[in-house]
Design a protein around this ligand. Structure first.
Ligand SMILES: Nc1ncnc2c1ncn2[C@@H]1O[C@H](COP(=O)(O)OP(=O)(O)OP(=O)(O)O)[C@@H](O)[C@H]1O
Ligand SMILES: [Mg+2]
Length: 375
């Protein structure tokens, strides 16, 4: 009998497989909340994951195995997540009907949004509320390429884990940053959770504590590194290092005395500004759904997560361009999840990148009831 079964519960590890890094988090109940039990980050094998699709399951599984060993993780169950431009997440209205009837019509509804073949897509749904006065009910529809889900299941199995569920990154982020937050402000009005990764940036909006919108923008950390690489003709790794040394500047007067940094900033800034334009567009789209003057249309805060948010000066830069207060995700600070044995330095440095993995680990008991995996 395994150690964890002695306590009558199986532990679960949340595994966020990104194109640049794999993040793993174990969370355990602690007092009236939770605490971080184990956490680790491992580089994703080069060229093995792009826009949410894992192309080399064997190498990624090996990296997950190494990560679990190095981080001392013993969980048997695992939850991973999907994201990327091919993942459709939408709230749709349906006439009131039973779950069984909805299951029959959901694929037709999904076919309106899915550009790939429906045969190669997995479609799932959740009825959000059917107690509305009219004859309608709100349904959360999720559709994704079958191989995106199956490759994650395969990676977890090859790494010796039992796949419990495949979630959506946006839902995991909302779980760790909004639902478990001690900040009751989340429960009223609209907040944007923006995850800045390597290959994509996810713009998620939470309204009155619930998921409202997710949008994927293909400008992120790699775009900035590639621009520096083209400018300097350095390797990708050296260009990453140069990027890490940069501090985002608001205006040319503040440019650093370092000539190389200034040159890099001149190629990075247009990309960053394009990303911010896309974020603004997503926000405007969200706001256009409310009548004028509606309180919910005001996005009152932006919370940044993901490795890309660690660029020095990022919150101030985003805030100055979008005119909204911006903060870095404090998953293990102002929340029901305490940092446990992890030092403030570790939490400062890696906390924002662990937000999705933490949300996956928190799915725990709800896991079996949620998005079922591809058959
Ligand atoms: N200190 C830093 N300064 C600037 N960028 C950083 C820093 N630390 C990490 N990054 C960038 O963050 C990105 C990795 O973040 P993250 O682990 O969230 O991405 P990912 O989940 O692997 O990618 P994706 O979700 O897009 O597939 C890389 O582009 C990396 O260069
Ligand atoms: Mg990511």
């Amino acid at each position: 009998m395994g150690l964890f079964q002695l306590f009558g519960k199986e532990t679960v590890v949340g595994i966020d497989i990104g194109s640049s890094c794999i993040k793993a988090v174990e969370i355990e109940p602690y007092g009236s909340g939770w605490r971080l039990a184990n956490a680790g980050i491992q580089a994703t094998p080069p060229e093995s994951c792009r826009d949410g699709v894992i192309t080399n399951t064997l190498d990624v599984a090996q990296a997950v195995k190494t990560l679990l060993r190095c981080a001392n993780m013993r969980a048997q169950g695992a939850i991973a997540a999907i994201s990327g431009s091919q993942v459709i997440v939408r709230q749709v209205k349906f006439p009131k009907m039973t779950e069984a009837s909805l299951r029959k019509s959901i694929r037709f509804e999904a076919s309106k949004y899915v550009s790939a073949s429906m045969e190669d897509s997995v479609v799932e749904f959740q009825i959000l509320d059917n107690a509305q006065a009219d004859d309608q009910m709100n349904v959360m529809l999720v559709a994704a390429p079958r191989d995106m889900i199956e490759s994650r299941v395969a990676v977890l199995e090859m790494a010796g884990l039992e796949p419990i569920s495949i979630d959506v990154e946006a839902f995991a982020l909302i779980r760790s940053l909004a639902e478990r937050s001690l900040d009751s402000e989340f429960l009223k009005g609209s907040v944007a959770l923006i995850d800045m990764g390597a290959s994509h940036t996810d713009v998620n909006i939470v309204c009155d504590g619930d998921f409202a919108l997710t949008r994927n923008v293909p400008i992120a950390g790699d775009s900035l590194t590639s621009a520096i690489k083209s400018l300097t003709a350095f390797s990708f790794e050296d260009s990453e290092r140069l990027k890490f040394e940069m501090t985002l500047q608001d205006s040319v007067d503040q440019l650093s005395s370092q000539e190389t940094e200034n040159k890099c900033w001149r190629v990075v800034q247009p990309l960053l500004d394009e990303l911010l334009r896309e974020i603004r567009r997503s926000m405007h789209y969200y706001q256009s759904q409310f009548p004028e003057g509606a309180e919910q249309a005001v996005i009152k805060r932006i919370i940044l997560s993901g490795g890309g948010s660690r660029m020095p000066g990022m919150p101030a830069y985003v805030s100055s361009k979008l005119n909204i207060p911006v903060e870095i995700a404090d998953v293990f600070g102002n929340s029901l999840i305490s940092p446990g044995r992890f030092t403030p330095d570790f939490i400062d440095e890696y906390g924002p990148a662990l937000a999705i993995a933490a949300g996956l680990a928190l799915k725990e008991d709800a896991a079996r009831a949620a998005l079922p995996m591809a058959a």
